[in-house]
Design a protein around this ligand. Structure first.
Ligand code: AMP
Length: 283
């Protein structure tokens, strides 16, 4: 694996590959890598000659500065994991490399209602920050395909919309959520859980299973309330949302509707650690 910190050097290398008609898969991350990230690398390697991974903790997507400061950093371990996964290139830019003019040249993207619901509602500005960094990274790497995790499902839809709006041709592959043995979705933020809270953390997964098992038969509002009770009983102290939505539009669905693919999404806090997860409701 070759590590690049500068845009000009990674571009020069990628340019030499592209001359040989090499295809490029790209996995953008914020580091503190786990098996979820590695599954994306593996998938990209199956489809492409060259797999590029980036590690960049994007300051402009954090509306909560405490969350930004506490974001886990495990760069040496990340490099080892990427070597083992046989990633070809690691792009590890500094904040100055990505935002040489600071926040002055940040763009605003039309994300419509997608940025006012779910994560967008509870993390104002978050998706604008995501779009700014993904636009810059795509322009630098110019991959054929981008590999994203279903765990951040709304982010996947936002990035698809971004790619369409900037007229890029990059394809998007959404890979399944990788889970711990007890069902907890793998996440870099899990590192911030105390041992005690880690035991409780899979309650979100159990609540999603409960919703999936009951949504066909029951009233959706009632099922969501029951799921919220399970989550509080499981030791969570705050729920941002539990929503059952149309998986294409993310708009709320009032009744079970087998014609529309439906998804349940949850965001909730264990002390100050905010966890998110989701599940498709059709089998
Ligand atoms: P992050 O480093 O959290 O920004 O995530 C980088 C990429 O990895 C995003 O596309 C995430 O959706 C994806 N990802 C994070 N956790 C998982 C997981 N448990 N399973 C699959 N993909 C994941």
């Amino acid at each position: 694996m070759i590590l690049f910190k500068e845009i000009s050097s990674v571009q020069a290398k990628l340019h030499s590959y592209k001359k040989q008609d090499t295809t490029i898969g790209f996995v953008p991350t914020m580091g503190a890598l786990h098996k979820g990230h590695l599954s994306l690398i593996e998938l990209s390697k199956k489809h492409h000659d060259i797999t590029v991974c980036s590690i960049f903790i994007n300051p402009v997507q954090f509306h909560d500065q405490v969350d930004f400061k506490k974001y886990p950093v495990t760069i040496e371990k990340d490099i080892l994991l990427l070597e083992q996964a046989a990633a070809d290139i690691l792009f590890l830019p500094s904040v100055n490399e990505i935002y040489p003019e600071g926040r002055q040249t940040l763009k605003h993207y039309d994300l419509d209602y997608l940025e006012t619901i779910l994560e967008g509602k509870y993390r104002p500005g978050h998706f604008q920050g995501v779009c700014n960094v993904v636009h810059r990274l795509l322009a630098i790497i110019q991959p054929h395909q981008l590999f994203l995790g279903q765990k951040d499902y709304q982010q996947c839809l936002v990035i698809k919309r971004l790619i369409h709006s900037i007229n890029f041709t990059t394809g998007v592959v959404i890979a399944p959520t990788v889970r711990e043995e007890d069902g907890l979705a793998m996440s870099s933020r899990n590192l911030r859980l105390s041992d005690e809270d880690r035991q409780k953390a899979n309650t979100i997964y159990k609540a999603l299973l409960y919703i999936k098992a009951n949504s066909k038969s029951g009233n959706i509002e009632h099922i969501t309330k029951q799921a919220a009770e399970h989550i509080y009983e499981g030791g969570f102290n705050k729920i941002d949302y539990i929503e059952i939505v149309d998986a294409f539009t993310l708009k709320p669905v009032a009744d079970w509707n087998k014609k529309t693919p439906m998804m349940a999404l949850i965001a909730a806090f264990l002390n100050d650690v905010r966890l998110i997860d989701n599940m498709m409701l059709q089998d």
